[in-house]
Design a binder for this molecule. Structure first.
Ligand code: ZN
Length: 60
């Protein structure tokens, strides 16, 4: 038995029991694919640490 850690959900799985290598399941494979597509089509706004601190310090 060979184990591998799924890049999507971090689960340790048996590579002989999945058809969605290198993921533990087809679902995780699709989740990862979705992430790639989202990054290509739109760049999400990622708040910097400073922004996060400002919003938490000053509740509206
Ligand atoms: Zn997974």
């Amino acid at each position: 038995m060979t184990s591998l850690r799924c890049p999507t959900c971090n689960l340790l799985f048996d590579i002989e029991k999945t058809k969605a290598m290198p993921f533990c399941s087809e679902r995780c494979r699709l989740v990862d694919l979705g992430r790639w597509l989202n990054e290509e089509h739109s760049v999400p706004h990622v708040p910097s640490l400073d922004e996060l601190e400002e919003t938490s310090d000053e509740p509206q």
